[in-house]
Design a protein around this ligand. Structure first.
Ligand SMILES: *Cc1c(COP(=O)(O)O)cnc(C)c1O
Length: 473
């Protein structure tokens, strides 16, 4: 096919890569751009223009092919390439354990310890008393037992890994009995039936979605049964005509038939949240005291530590788990271990834990204090917004998030923002592209920021972002 004249003319004016590269040598900005990034960027920009011409994009003109225009495109392209991808972000959603925004923030102690252990040599696998090789798991085993009351403990990379590891160790090629109401799917395609299949355990679901009785478990037990499993319905609740078997009854049943009982708590907690006016979540201590052989839970959900999978339970089972080669594949790294140990140490005094661990602090933050932050931010924004921006202080609800406390509605204070000449969507988009990004939500035609999850030192950053918004948009 013959190219039309316009296309041919445009293709002829497209500069070569070497020509552009030569030009960049005279521009200061490009001095700090690594050569490889620069040449790759120029190639991509020129190639994209060629494709646009061939596709007959009508908005391409000779002007778009001029040197200054291409240099500007290359500059933008390198800036995008060189910008870091993982960014500190302001959480204005009110969801405390926000899975997409990094779940839990570490306590100051944990951050400090993390920095030291990561930047220096440590006794990670060295027994200082004996002067010989030691186990990395010993750093947190003692304190996990102390807090939970368990005989033994182990920490791995995350709770999904902990569940897989436990099932593979205890129930490979054996029947695992679980209620139909507990076949949980959490985010990121973690589904109990799939994890079970990967572990080699044979799923044996009993009861119905809404009601499962002890007799359902009992009548499913046979010679090949290896485990009774209870999974906490972390991110949903069955209400109405429903019945589930409590852990105590499962433990008694396990004793009767000499079968181990495992409970996956998901977002495990050491703190009874009902004391703080929140909904009750089962605590790790309760599961241990009730007699579960193994209990698994996350390090970075309600616990407020780093990403980790924690396993506590009876000595012989934990011993078997430690010997499983999969443990090596899921092993916890030293940075996590450092942050985890420091976080766990805070739990020795519950008042200290509530104050020092950000997840706990935000969840239990009195509404009065949320209101104070909201008023401070409103004042700052009113000052810069003038009549262009309409800001209301409203009471809405925050959520715990992280697949925990699904029914919990925490009253919180939010700022609802409306601008005369800008839609809520446009405000949301602008702030999402801010540095640092600010993630809020849209409610009707307002942009909403929930102050429960906004840290005090972030108020000036939000003010600056709105200043930019008012100038640019
Ligand atoms: C969240 C959750 C998991 C997975 O924990 P991660 O720490 O995200 O790996 C497993 N089981 C339940 C019930 C959960 O809620």
């Amino acid at each position: 096919m013959k190219l039309n004249d316009r296309k041919q003319r445009l293709l002829r004016s497209l500069p070569g890569v070497d020509h552009i590269l030569e030009l960049t040598k005279t521009i200061q900005y490009f001095e700090t751009v690594p050569r490889t990034v620069l040449t790759r960027s120029i190639r991509t920009v020129v190639e994209n223009l060629r494709i646009d011409i061939l596709k007959d994009h009508h908005d391409i003109t000779e002007e778009n092919l001029s040197d200054p225009f291409i240099i500007e495109s290359v500059k933008n392209f390198t800036q995008k390439t060189l910008a870091p991808k993982l960014l500190r972000t302001i959480n204005a959603t009110g969801v405390v354990v926000h899975t997409n925004l990094g779940r839990s923030l570490l306590a100051a102690d944990a951050l400090e310890n993390l920095q030291v252990i990561a930047g220096k040599y440590s006794n990670l696998e060295f027994n200082l008393t004996k002067g010989e090789r030691g186990s990395r798991y010993s750093a947190v085993e003692g304190i996990l037992c102390e807090i939970s009351g368990a005989e033994a403990a182990l920490a791995v990379n995350n709770n999904a890994g902990a569940v897989l590891l436990c099932l593979e160790t205890i129930a490979k090629n054996k029947k695992v009995i679980i209620s139909r109401g507990e076949l949980v799917e959490i985010g990121g395609s973690f589904r109990i039936p799939d994890v079970m299949a990967k572990s080699g355990g044979i799923l044996c679901e009993v009861g119905t979605t809404n009601r499962t009785h002890l007799r359902d478990y009992e009548s499913a037990i046979d010679n090949n049964t290896g485990l009774l499993l209870k999974v906490h319905q972390s991110n949903y609740t069955v209400v109405g005509f429903s019945a589930e078997v409590c852990l105590k009854d499962l433990v008694d049943l396990g004793e009767k038939y000499q079968l181990p009982v495992m409970e996956d708590l998901g977002s495990g907690t050491f703190i009874d949240f009902s004391k703080y006016g929140l909904l009750k979540e089962p605590t790790v201590q309760e599961s241990v005291a009730t007699g579960a052989d193994v209990v698994t839970f996350s390090g970075d959900k309600l616990l407020g530590g780093p990403q980790a999978g924690l396993i506590v339970g009876k000595k012989d089972i934990i011993g078997q788990i430690k010997k499983n080669p999969i443990t090596r594949a899921l092993r916890i790294d030293k940075m996590t271990l450092a942050a985890l140990e420091s976080t766990l140490r805070l739990y020795r005094d519950e008042d200290v834990a509530i104050k020092a661990i950000p997840t706990l602090r935000m969840l239990t933050l009195p509404i009065k204090q949320v209101k104070k932050k909201a008023q401070q931010l409103k004042k700052r924004l009113d000052k810069i917004g003038g009549s262009r921006m309409q800001i209301e202080l409203v009471t809405l609800t925050s959520r715990a998030g992280g697949g925990s406390l699904p029914l919990l509605e925490l009253p919180s204070l939010c700022l609802e923002i409306k601008m005369q000449d800008l839609s809520a969507n446009a405000i949301e988009r602008f702030l999402r592209h801010n540095s640092p990004p600010i993630i809020g939500r849209i409610y009707e035609d307002f942009f909403v920021m929930d102050l429960r999850t906004i840290q005090e030192d972030e108020l000036p950053l939000i003010e600056t972002a709105f200043k930019r918004l008012l100038e640019k948009a």
